[in-house]
Design a protein around this ligand. Structure first.
Ligand SMILES: Nc1ncnc2c1ncn2[C@@H]1O[C@H](COP(=O)(O)OP(=O)(O)OP(=O)(O)O)[C@@H](O)[C@H]1O
Length: 637
């Protein structure tokens, strides 16, 4: 039997800076930067430069707006004295300047849109690369990690991280960088046309404005969190109450329910009022700080006009310039809050990427070579948590092509043996070998390519039956897929479906029965064709007819393969070459079915108990089969 080729290794990416939650905006942005400025994509880097140039140009053009306003005002203020001056005054400067004013607005809008369009491929590339890197890394992390984290939580980290990048880039590009450029330009204008005192006023105003905004926003974040919590609480109380509609009626508790809901609503009301009041304070404080700065600057401009150093237009210019700055400044509270959230979300994503996989290939690990398929456990000790040992020195060998069954009471560690063989966990002591090669020394992909698994609970991909069978060997032909289905005794069932192999199995395969799912799992393992096979309680929770069918399919697939059967139903292990009885972390008994029965130990008592259960079940089935016709007779007219 030729072992299947190992699938290509999962793509690996250069690990970015390890970022822990709480690293802050600057560290997060530094970690993100290589994705926005990718070393291997000159085209994207060119886009970054161009987008930045457009950003600056857009801001310079926008500066034309207050300037044309100033020039037009100056032109209008210079009242013509002679008749000859009237015509150019009317159609000339003010009119032309007003048109330029409009054009400057259009031009700046065009620059903004062109910049966004240019930059979209850059940040979407960053989003995709990071999402792919995180997703790929999630598959590298250990089973222990995945069992400890909820899958929903992980996909949320992925989704929020992706949105966080988009949000950070969008806010940076649309708000933070433009405001900074605008500030620099305004300072340059103030120094050229006005004087340094205006710069001092501006800097003090903006600094106070930002400090106030950050402080007030921090305060508001806490208030909003309380508001959202009380909103969720009120909602869940309402849902719970309506779901219990009948119970409420049984106990005449309508008034009590309303009072309970009102308690939550009162909290929501209090918190919402606080949220609105705090927003009013934020807006008022921002407006007041800005108005004070603006008024001081304009008073200074009036003084300048009186002193003859400034024109009426300059008075208009300073007002228009600052008002133009007010718009983006007004958003700073939201920008601060959202950038803070985006930073947290991106940090979470990076911290996932930064997690080291518990199980890693050793440097220079070679692929596993399986000429025969002998599996050996050598004094294996294992504990999921140190204080609770599960395996306390297990040794056995499954000779190539033979079948060994592992039985024992629930929780004895049977499934743990298969997880160790797959190297989902590392034993604390001892070794596991396949054809003499310690599995800890070989490449994980080659190890897993050599082992087939029919698990206890088969979960299928939400796709077609064909997709799920083909998962065993994606490049298999349709004829091979059908042959595997035939060997797994599921082909007749598939053909009876209106859509045949194209039938969708539903989420987790829920549209199929337990037995059908298990046979799909057998078919895909047959297609994979591994030299070593693990059947983990593959026949539990099935009726006896389905069990027989599946057992036949399993016998077929395990023929000639080294097989480890982890079973509860002892009837399925009678024919195993050796049966190992696990108890309290040790091998308590071993031998053939007949020897173990004769020994009258744990196996014999398990066997007798199972027989009693089976007999009781059979009696029940017989009884219900006999009762049925009499019921039908008595109901007949
Ligand atoms: N990820 C885990 N973390 C901590 N303990 C675990 C973990 N997985 C299993 N265990 C514990 O290890 C012991 C052995 O589990 P295992 O699944 O190997 O038992 P089993 O013999 O296959 O049982 P069953 O027949 O009921 O499936 C159990 O007590 C179980 O609670």
């Amino acid at each position: 039997m030729s072992p299947p080729a190992a699938p290509p290794p999962a793509p690996t990416f250069a690990r970015s800076a390890v970022l822990q939650p709480g690293s802050g905006f600057a560290a997060t942005f530094r970690a993100l930067w290589p994705y926005l400025w990718p070393a291997d994509r000159a085209d994207l880097r060119r886009r970054v430069v161009l987008a930045f140039l457009l950003l600056v140009l857009g801001r310079v053009v926008l500066m034309g707006v207050p300037f044309t306003f100033k020039w037009a005002t100056d032109a209008l203020a210079a009242t013509p004295t002679t008749l000859g001056d009237w015509l150019p005054w009317l159609v000339g400067a003010p009119l032309a300047l007003t048109v330029i004013y409009g054009l400057a607005r259009i031009g700046s809008a065009a620059f903004i849109q062109a910049r966004d369009a240019l930059f979209a491929p850059v940040f979407m590339h960053a989003v995709r690369t990071l999402a792919l890197q995180t997703f790929g890394h999630l598959h590298q992390l250990s089973l222990r990690f995945h069992l400890e984290r909820k899958t929903g939580g992980l996909t949320r980290v992925l989704e929020r991280g992706r949105n966080g990048i988009e949000e950070m880039v969008r806010l940076g590009l649309n708000q933070l960088v433009p405001v900074t450029i605008e500030l620099v330009l305004i300072i340059a204008v103030l120094l050229t046309i006005f004087n340094w005192l205006y710069v001092v006023v501006l800097v003090v105003m903006v600094t106070t404005y930002m400090a106030y905004t950050i402080k007030a926003t921090e305060w508001r974040i806490a208030i909003r969190t309380q508001m959202n919590e009380s909103d969720t609480d009120a909602n869940s109380k309402a849902i719970d109450s309506l779901l219990n509609y009948e119970t409420v009626k049984y106990f005449g508790a309508e008034a009590r329910e309303t009072a309970r809901y009102d308690l939550s609503m009162a909290r929501y009301e209090r918190n919402s009022i606080k949220a609105y009041t705090s927003l009013a304070w934020l807006n008022f404080g921002q407006a007041a700080i800005f108005a004070i700065g603006l008024t001081i600057s304009m008073v200074m401009a009036v003084q300048g006009f009186r002193a003859g150093t400034l024109t009426v237009g300059d008075f208009v210019l300073i007002n228009a310039m600052l008002i133009q700055l007010y718009q983006p400044l007004n958003f700073m509270g939201t920008v601060y809050r959202e950038i803070k959230q985006a930073t947290l979300d991106i940090e979470q994503m990076f911290s996932l990427i930064g997690k080291d996989p518990e199980i890693q290939d050793k440097p220079g690990a070679k692929p596993l070579i399986v000429p025969a398929g002998e599996v050996t456990f050598e004094d294996v000790h294992f504990a999921y948590i140190p204080e609770r040992p599960i395996l306390k020195g297990i040794s056995f060998t499954v000779p190539a092509g033979k079948t060994i069954a592992i039985v024992g009471p629930s929780g004895a560690g049977k499934s743990t043996i298969s997880r160790l063989l797959f190297r989902f966990y590392e034993p604390q002591k001892g070794r596991i070998l396949i054809d003499g090669q310690p599995i800890a020394d070989v490449q994980q992909v080659s190890l897993r390519a050599a082992i087939g698994m029919v698990p206890q609970d088969t979960v299928l991909f939400n796709d077609t039956i064909e997709y799920n069978i083909r998962y065993g060997r994606p490049e298999a032909s349709m004829a091979e897929v059908e042959e595997a289905a035939r060997l797994a005794q599921i082909d007749r069932f598939i053909k009876s479906l209106p859509e045949g192999y194209a039938t969708s199995v539903g989420e987790r395969g829920l549209k199929l029965s337990g037995g059908e799912k298990q046979r799909v799992a057998i078919a895909r393992t047959i297609l994979k064709g591994p030299p070593v096979l693990v059947l983990d309680e593959a026949t539990s929770a099935l009726d006896s007819f389905t069990e027989k069918e599946i057992q036949d399919a399993l016998d077929l697939v395990s023929r000639g393969r080294t097989t480890l059967v982890i079973a509860h139903r002892l009837s399925t292990v009678i024919n195993a070459d050796e049966i190992i009885v696990l108890d309290k972390g040790l091998i308590a008994e071993r031998g053939s079915h007949a020897t173990l029965l004769a020994a009258e130990g744990i196996y014999a008592s398990l066997w007798n108990r199972q027989r009693q259960v089976d007999e009781a079940k059979a009696t029940l089935q017989r009884a219900s089969a006999e009762e049925e016709p009499s019921v039908r007779v008595s109901l007949a007219p």
